[in-house]
Design a protein around this ligand. Structure first.
Ligand SMILES: [Zn+2]
Length: 392
């Protein structure tokens, strides 16, 4: 290896070792150092830089088709209402998922996972949330389970039945929250097909009271809380994230000072999604500097979804985080590897290159860390390894 670059939680710094060897056995890192000893297979990295694979802690990959027509309408100046009136928006994704068979969805989701891998992402969190009926939400989670078992990527599944109100509950929010709490959550828990429960807590979507009820119910059933929080307006979602002990509060473009304090006090990771702001052609990014000054840990994610962010590249997210969130290259890199693993509770397994960790790594056609954001849109990735095996 030319340069081995990884965040090291023991010293709370990015560690850079030059001209080292890595010993891998049984899909795990065994040792790194000047000479790692004999091996039955030797891979010469040719002086390349090696980093851990990226961990993407916020994606929505279970949908049938892209929404490029909606993108065209938005470019032509159409607002949310007009797009919805023309059959676009989240409703079109809901119709797609409801109508699709499990096998059709597996076929749609699989190439998305291959693309994540090619871009260096070896672990993702993936949400349901385009079914919004008990049957279609369970179907979406089964699709994730099936794809996870067939594809080398690691998928951490999240139940997001509270993504929006489906058409049949448009005028009966209480009824839908009831359905989530009495039927969906118990079924999801019983089938053990999600680790987290997420809620879109936002004005016009789920109120703080509704979100609290859903997350508290989820906790009773053993699902761990995370939250879409304060994306468009400050609705008190970050405070709720602190209150319920969420693993993460995501988006936070409109978070208040009180919300930031609640995240810091309760050790909630802020998952920032600069790709969404960029994709929507907006200029409202999350206040990363304020969050960092308050002591909140930052993770980065793509928010890959068919409507507001059709973007899967963590290297590009790192570029955006450096340019628009004001993160240093080192902060952005840590946020896309170690801290994103922390936000999923899997930092003892992935996100760093260290003895005992899963051997997930990227061989870059680059020599130094700074070159990752510097290249912006090129893909200077030579090969990607997941659990000791090359997958790209
Ligand atoms: Zn999202």
């Amino acid at each position: 290896v030319g340069q081995l670059v990884t965040y090291d939680p023991d010293i709370d710094e990015i560690r850079i070792d030059s001209q080292v060897e890595i010993l891998i056995r049984g899909g795990k890192f065994v040792q790194t150092g000047e000479s790692a000893g004999a091996a039955d297979e030797v891979i010469d990295c040719g002086g390349r830089m090696v980093t851990p694979g990226f961990v993407d802690p916020h994606t929505h990959p279970v949908f049938l088709q892209g929404r490029e027509e909606e993108y065209r309408l938005r470019l032509a100046g159409a607002g949310y209402q007009e797009i919805a009136a023309r059959g676009g928006g989240i409703r079109s994704s809901i119709e797609g998922v409801r109508r699709a068979t499990e096998e059709e969805l597996v076929k749609a989701v699989t190439p998305r996972m291959d693309r994540f891998l090619r871009l260096g992402t070896t672990t993702i969190e993936a949400k349901s949330g385009y079914g919004l009926s008990t049957e279609s939400e369970l179907k979406s989670l089964r699709v994730l389970k099936e794809v996870n078992s067939r594809n080398p990527i690691d998928i951490i599944p999240t139940f997001l039945g509270a993504h929006a109100f489906p058409p049949e509950f448009e005028d009966d929010h209480e009824g839908y929250v009831d359905l989530i709490c009495r039927e969906m959550i118990p079924q999801v828990a019983k089938q053990k097909i999600a680790r987290f429960c997420d809620v879109f807590c936002e004005e016009g979507y789920f109120t703080v009271q509704e979100s609290r009820k859903i997350l508290e119910t989820a906790k009773e059933f053993g699902l761990l809380p995370r939250l879409h929080a304060d994306e468009f307006v400050d609705s008190g979602a970050a405070e709720l994230a602190g209150e319920v002990g969420a693993f993460s509060a995501d988006h936070l473009m409109a978070v208040s000072d009180k919300g930031i304090a609640a995240l810091a006090e309760n050790g909630v990771t802020a998952v920032l999604l600069p790709g969404t702001t960029f994709f929507l052609g907006s200029d409202r990014y999350a206040p990363a500097d304020k969050l960092i000054r308050a002591g909140v840990k930052i993770a980065l994610a793509t928010d890959f979804n068919p409507g507001s962010c059709y973007l899967q590249s963590m290297p590009f997210i790192i570029s955006l985080a450096c340019l628009y969130l004001g993160l240093s290259v080192e902060e952005a890199f840590q946020a896309a590897t170690y801290q994103s693993a922390v936000s999923l509770g899997i930092e003892r397994r992935v996100g760093t290159i260290k003895e005992g960790m899963q051997a997930d790594l990227i061989l870059w056609d680059l020599e130094k860390l700074i070159e990752i954001p510097y290249y912006v849109t090129d893909l200077p990735i030579y090969r990607v390894m997941k659990a000791g095996k090359f997958v790209s």
